[in-house]
Design a protein around this ligand. Structure first.
Ligand SMILES: [Zn+2]
Length: 214
């Protein structure tokens, strides 16, 4: 189990992703016609595969972290039951994330878009449709916490008004306040923030993580 979860895996994904970018550049530079199209398509599939691996990896890692915390309180050891427990949760989580793992949603990932943009800039084509434009906008958007005005580390989304905050900052604000907490986004009418209405925004988290790697 540990081999699956070592940070070596992340490094492998990162190196692989970089390799795809380099390969795409080289293919665009040196090849033409059908051969070029075929190899570009191969690289597209390759990067989707890396993105899929990344989601699986982070899923496994967070389950493991949970289990470890659980073990600390129980003073147990990582025995076979725990391995089975891990596998069970892992499978469940991947089932929950099935939609996230489809080509369609992976193609919205900034790393995939970077490859597409590289290709279209060289081949002279623009972005395919409005949806891609929205994603490109999303990619350049800054995620700033409205309270601290600092970059968001773990993004939580308010299910009521749709605004994003930094998780730690939001929780701090909720803990400190004695009365109701207002959404700090200017013009937002939500004036009763509840912890239960905040959820981690996985999509934004991936965008932030991919930027931190650059
Ligand atoms: Zn709001």
């Amino acid at each position: 189990m540990s081999s699956l979860l070592e940070d070596r895996q992340l490094k492998y994904i990162k190196t692989g992703t970089e390799l795809v970018i380099e390969t795409v550049k080289s293919v665009l530079e040196h090849l033409e016609g059908e051969e070029r199209m075929e190899l570009l398509e191969e690289q597209r599939q390759q990067i989707l595969e890396y993105l899929r691996l990344e989601i699986k990896y982070t899923t496994g890692k967070s389950i493991l972290k949970n289990l470890e915390e659980h073990l600390k309180t129980k003073e147990g050891t990582m025995d076979t039951d725990m391995v089975a427990e891990f596998e069970k949760r892992y499978e469940e989580e991947l089932k929950n994330k099935a939609k996230e793992l489809t080509d369609e949603s992976l193609k919205k990932n900034p790393k995939y878009l970077k490859v597409e943009q590289l290709i279209s800039s060289k081949l002279g084509g623009g972005l395919a449709d409005d949806e891609d434009l929205v994603c490109a906008e999303e990619e350049t958007r800054q995620y700033i916490d409205p309270w601290s005005k600092k970059k968001i580390e773990i993004p939580v989304k308010n299910k009521v008004c749709g605004h994003h905050y930094d998780k730690e900052t939001a929780l701090k604000m909720l803990q400190r306040s004695k009365g109701k907490v207002k959404c700090p986004v200017v013009g937002c009418s939500n004036n009763n923030l509840k912890q239960t209405e905040l959820e981690v925004d996985q999509e934004v988290q991936m965008i932030i993580a991919s930027r931190n790697e650059q």
